[in-house]
Design a binder for this molecule. Structure first.
Ligand code: ADP
Length: 256
């Protein structure tokens, strides 16, 4: 039966919850913005001194007056600093994305982008007897977006495919236009990703503990960047993989 006291009470409680939730969402957003700002500022501050550290270490490495012990130490510090620089650069990319205005973005021919990345990776891969092949449509494949960001997506996926594939393997990059969508597929017959790892590989700093993966160097930021860039372009990314058989990453983007 109708009970104005009870119904009004419920309505007020719902409104109160809604307001609290709204405030919570706002606070979370502010925290997320603050985190991005903090990471970007710290990374930016680290960048300049790191560049000079790496530069001076390279100079020192060329110094013929060093003892073997010192030379080994310098080489180890150099490797560490280069790795640190890579983390800083990737953190900057990760926390800067979203800053450029996507509404003002132009149309990118993804076919040309993919062809360029395939070519760029083919030669270094060949040194490990890995083939990198592109299956691309004949004509242009227009996508709305920011060219260097889309290039970053393709370069990262193809770079990973080569990195996580043993010598003699195969990487195939396919670009298709399906029902108004552009589908980019990067398949390798490399080490693969376990089901447990698949749930985490797009998280920041996540790296597989699988010994086959762990001995290949990386920061664990690559796929986090890829996912953020794809999201921002209104697309989606999915992963199919089996440990020991290989991996397929599939990116869907709205066609222009
Ligand atoms: P990383 O710098 O470690 O390569 P990514 O974010 O690019 O970072 O990838 C996260 C993890 O996902 C990697 O450490 C690796 O374990 C796994 N991974 C990514 N791509 C592949 C692939 N093509 N084959 C097998 N494992 C992969």
């Amino acid at each position: 039966a109708f009970d104005i006291g009870r119904d009004l009470g419920r309505a007020l409680a719902t409104a109160g919850n809604f307001e609290r939730e709204h405030r919570l969402v706002q606070e979370l957003q502010e925290l997320a913005d603050y985190k991005s700002h903090l990471v970007a500022t710290v990374s930016h501050e680290l960048r300049t001194p790191l560049t000079s550290i790496v530069g001076f270490l390279e100079l020192l490495e060329g110094d013929s007056g060093l003892s073997d012990r010192s030379r080994n130490a310098v080489a180890a510090i150099h490797r560490g600093s280069v790795r640190l620089s890579r983390v800083v650069e990737e953190l900057l990319v990760l926390h800067r994305t979203g800053e450029g205005d996507l509404d003002a973005a132009g149309t990118v021919d993804l076919r040309a982008t993919v062809a360029g990345i395939v070519e760029l990776n083919a030669e270094p891969a060949e040194r490990r007897q890995i083939t990198v092949t592109g299956h691309l449509p004949a004509g242009q494949v227009p996508v709305r977006g920011i060219e260097h960001e889309l290039e970053h997506v393709v370069a990262n996926l193809v770079g990973n495919a080569v990195k996580y594939t043993p010598d003699g393997g195969h990487v195939v990059v396919t670009l298709e236009q399906v029902a108004g969508e552009v589908v980019l597929t990067c398949t390798d017959d490399g080490i693969g990703i376990s089901a447990a790892d698949q749930a985490h590989v797009f998280e920041e700093f996540y790296r597989s503990a699988d010994p086959d993966a762990a001995h290949r160097s990386g920061t664990g930021l690559g796929l986090a960047i890829v996912r953020r860039l794809v999201d921002r372009h209104g697309g989606s990314i999915e992963l199919e993989s089996e440990l020991g058989s290989g991996s397929t990453f599939r990116v869907r983007l709205p066609g222009a």
